[in-house]
Design a protein around this ligand. Sequence first.
Ligand SMILES: Nc1ncnc2c1ncn2[C@@H]1O[C@H](COP(=O)(O)OP(=O)(O)OP(=O)(O)O)[C@@H](O)[C@H]1O
Ligand code: SF4
Ligand SMILES: [Mg+2]
Length: 338
Amino acid sequence: MRFAPAPSPQATGELALLEARDVSRVFRIGLGLLRGKRALRAVDGVSLAVRSGEVLALVGESGCGKTTLARMLLGLLPPSTGEVRIDGRPVGVLPRREIAALIQPVFQDPYASLNPRKSIGSIIALPLRVQGMSRSDTWRRKVEEMMERVGLARDLYDNYPSQLSGGQRQRVAIARALINHPRMVICDEPTSALDVSVQSQILNLLQDLRRDLGLTYLLISHNLAVVEHMATRVAVMYLGRIVEEAETESFFRAPLHPYSAALLGSVLTPEPGLGVPAAELGAAFPDPLNPPAGCRFHPRCGRALVRCTTVVPPSVATADGFVACHLHDGQEHPAQQG
Ligand SMILES: Nc1ncnc2c1ncn2[C@@H]1O[C@H](COP(=O)(O)OP(=O)(O)OP(=O)(O)O)[C@@H](O)[C@H]1O
Ligand code: SF4
Ligand SMILES: [Mg+2]
């Protein structure tokens, strides 16, 4: 697979475009008629900031909470606790229309995310209607320009999603996301449902659009080769928490968290929905209804210390991010766990 290397704009130091402050999300899970309900903490105390011009990649195994976090950042799901801010303003008080004007999603499955009964033109134009733009002749011109920009022939305007290939459908989803010139796009596994042969075309398109339109991305991807080429920064999520954040170059050169190191040592899979495999980790991904005490990674960690089983590791600042691991907490490391 070939990718155009991403230019790496530095964080500007200005106000974060998108920010999560100690955000958690609990789902109540029914366990059956007589067993009642349990709380599943899908996202647990996540703080994250995306600055203008960045491509922040969010990586972690299937079920660790990436999509739940993305839905909260998009204002589609209210956090149980904590706050999301877009452009400095709390998402909870922003009208849906204002959020949509600033930040747009591109989801994994272009088959599920496009209304099969609407024509391509009206699907792409939907955000214009939502923003109250009423003249359909203006829509048509704008939509056709955007179709051309994302590599779709204008004469597909009156076609329906079922008449398009997977790659073309994802181009429609991207055109719809960009038609109102948002500042940021959250791409949740944007290519993992596509044939391998078209994945790099879509990734190169996302790269070009970012450069030409000055976009900021949050990129969720299980493919670390994609992350290395596209991201300027990487955040690693494990069982609802961010365990390491670093600039892309230093992350791939010298990951600090044992889980990050395990991810980089894994064999990549192209299969959608499976997240990042970590085949060499002894124990399986833990039950999110019963997360391990202390460091949640400790049952699978080959470097676990005695305190890892009981004490939650603090987030320690590093040169270009942070790491939440007792190996880096500045204390002595007496005996390894048995
Ligand atoms: N609406 C929901 N109701 C109950 N549980 C949910 C809901 N959405 C997600 N979960 C649970 O929350 C956890 C996190 O799910 P999420 O979809 O955010 O993970 P993910 O990292 O996006 O996984 P994948 O890589 O497979 O897309 C999982 O245990 C999942 O089963
Ligand atoms: S805190 Fe302990 S168990 Fe967790 S990753 Fe670090 S060394 Fe491993
Ligand atoms: Mg997901």
